[in-house]
Design a protein around this ligand. Structure first.
Ligand code: F6R
Length: 610
């Protein structure tokens, strides 16, 4: 969702900015632009609607813009249609101040009215132009670039990552953030600014995570940080442990396919994060056995796939640890007034920046509840604000549709459930060991499934014209279905629904027509017969049915069009295996239909606005 980059150093800025923006393309965008301070002391701004290539062609890969200090942006429209005019950077009338912005300025209408009263005119419909002109207003008033930005921050409501250049300070980029991600990299006198690490990884692994309401001043030779009172403050330099290759396609046609194939490694790494000397050790997470033993209940919140991982965690945790667990959409939790009883609130998020999940976390903290984040991105807002953090070890996830981060979240959830069960004495030590051994063998089972991907590819080519696809299951299979269905609809654009199998006949079965494809996920031995009966009901209405089932388990012979087998594992972990054919099915359908797999329409990787 929007991408910001900035550079100040000895290189020509424009090519570095374009390169950084290309690494942020995965976040979703509809237009792009760059601004560079030129050697004559002016600011050149070039913007283009559509793909980054249009912008790159307009400035000959950056060669046409001279200057070593610049900012760039990919925009995902919120205020005003996608157009060159609305694209960032935005500037003041004299073109002496220029800015790029992520997020939403909630009181922009009120600020715009105030600026109009002070004689300002507006050329775009964006809140960013308002932000830029507000900085201009305060700069003219105080004649101090830092004070202009701190006054801006005091006046504005909403979320933002803002980067500003002033013509009067030709070798400097200023930046501030609130609830919108921003990192700064440094290397041998050069300074880089970006919304996310992959944008600058080629140049440096030394990164600062900018705190909320911290102002950064990037110059040749280094970065300084200030609070809103303009006192200099310290920030910790962090070394990124993964390399640029981790954020490249590595020979795969799409990031999604690469990330699907990374799942065995991701499961192992996430498991090893807390598996020490034959047992689960949460010391890095910070959660003591005491908290886990006496916690009265658990509330899990997240959005999209993270919420779906939470659903699986609910089934598994209640079954193993006998703790009451509730799972809620973060966007609902944040505006509810739930009755609380000392629960542990778990926020699941790949990016750690999802606005609704961050707000849910804050609302839980305000209620005095302890919070645990299951997060992938190091140093992200949710990770920093939660009391405890379990870092999933998925590495950078670039494809908008999540696969490997979801798999890592599932494993984190299983480990937490086993740990809870073990400290509360609801499972025997023997069963605990069996579960851990089983988790250890999950990666090779996922790898085995991936080897048979051609079977899914073939089925996708046979069903690519389907208009509706349903997924049904019970228990964790239902939770798996919801994720499978989301994956399919978000990248193939085929209408899809997931239903708890028993619920279908309470209305939705009326949608089943001749040829509708219905997948049944059948991995829970006690529930197979029930779900198969529901599938037969859809067959009677003309549906074509397919099953995802554990190998070796005899299914009633009801005439499935296809049965995709998954290796045997403990019943609590089958979602990790059932997810693979569903991810591949969505992927191949998207490819076959000629869609932009990694950047599906209307979607953004990190949803930092409500
Ligand atoms: C779907 C997908 C989204 C995210 C959701 C939450 O493939 O990726 O549904 O799961 O937007 O994002 P995070 O996990 O970053 O909070």
């Amino acid at each position: 969702m929007c991408g910001i980059v900035g550079y100040i150093g000895k290189k020509q800025a424009a090519p570095v900015l374009l390169d950084g923006l290309s690494k942020l393309e995965y976040r979703g965008y509809d237009s792009a632009g760059v601004a560079v301070l030129n050697p004559a002391g002016g600011i050149d701004i070039v913007k283009a609607k559509g793909r980054l290539k249009v912008l790159s062609d307009a400035i000959d890969g950056g060669k046409k813009l001279k200057g070593t200090c610049g900012i760039g942006h990919t925009r995902w429209a919120t205020h005003g249609e996608p157009s060159e005019n609305n694209a960032h950077p935005h500037c003041n009338d004299e073109k002496t101040i220029v800015a790029v912005h992520n997020g939403i300025i909630e009181n922009y209408a009120e600020l715009k009215a105030k600026l109009i009263r002070r004689g300002y005119g507006f050329y775009s419909q964006t809140d960013t132009e308002v932000a830029t002109k507000l900085v201009d207003y305060y700069y003219k008033k105080y004649n101090d670039p830092l004070q202009a930005i701190s006054q801006f921050a005091l006046r504005v409501r909403g979320s933002y990552a803002l980067a500003v250049m002033y013509k009067d300070f030709p070798e400097t980029v200023f930046a501030i953030r609130k609830d919108s991600p921003m990192i700064i990299g440094v290397e041998k006198g050069e300074s880089f600014l970006a919304s996310d690490v992959p944008a600058i990884l080629k140049y440096t692994k030394n990164v600062y995570y900018v705190d909320n309401l911290q102002i950064a001043k990037l110059e040749i030779g280094g970065v300084k940080f200030y609070n809103l009172d303009r006192d200099e403050v310290k920030n910790e330099l962090v070394e990124i442990t993964w390399d640029a290759e981790a954020a490249e396609k590595g020979g795969y046609e799409h990031f999604m396919l690469k990330e699907i194939h990374e799942q065995p490694r991701v499961i192992t790494d996430t498991f090893n994060y807390v598996y020490k000397n034959g047992e689960i050790d949460f010391s890095e997470v910070g959660l003591s056995d005491g908290i886990l033993k006496y916690v009265k209940g658990i509330v899990i919140v997240g959005c999209g796939s993270a919420y779906h991982a939470g659903m699986v965690m609910q089934y598994v945790t209640e079954d193993l640890a006998r703790v009451p667990v509730r799972v809620e959409l973060a966007s609902e939790y944040r505006y509810r007034n739930p009755v609380t009883n000392g629960e542990l609130v778990i926020v699941i998020s790949q990016s750690g920046e999802t606005a609704d999940s961050l707000a849910a976390l804050r609302s839980a903290k305000e209620k005095g509840l302890k919070t645990l984040a299951i997060v992938n991105v190091l140093g992200s807002s949710i990770a920093r604000e939660a009391d405890f953090v379990f870092y999933t070890k998925a590495g950078p996830e670039i494809s908008v549709a999540t696969t490997k981060a979801y798999s890592a979240q599932l494993v984190a959830g299983y480990l937490l459930a086993i740990k809870l069960a073990s400290v509360r004495g609801t499972i025997t030590q023997d069963y605990c060991k069996t579960l851990l051994d089983e988790l250890c063998s999950l990666p090779e089972k996922v790898a085995a499934l991936l080897e048979n991907k051609h079977l899914i590819q073939k089925f996708a080519s046979e069903t690519m014209d389907k208009k509706d696809v349903f997924f049904v299951g019970r228990g964790t299979d239902y939770a798996a279905c919801i994720e499978g269905s989301l994956k399919l609809k978000e990248i193939s654009y085929i209408h899809s629904e997931a239903y708890a199998a028993g619920e279908l006949k309470h209305g939705t079965i009326s949608l089943i027509e001749n040829g509708t494809l219905v997948f049944g996920v059948l991995t829970q031995p006690d529930l197979i017969e029930k779900t198969v009966s529901n599938l037969v009901e859809t067959q009677s209405r003309g549906a074509l049915t397919a099953a995802i089932a554990t190998e070796g388990v005899k299914l009633p012979d009801v005439g499935f069009e296809k049965v995709f087998s998954i290796p045997h594992t403990d019943v609590h972990f089958t979602t990790s295996l059932a997810a693979i054919p569903m991810q591949l099915f969505a992927y191949y359908l998207s490819v076959l239909r000629g869609n932009d797999v990694d950047k599906p329409r209307n979607l953004a990787k990190s949803v930092t606005v409500e």
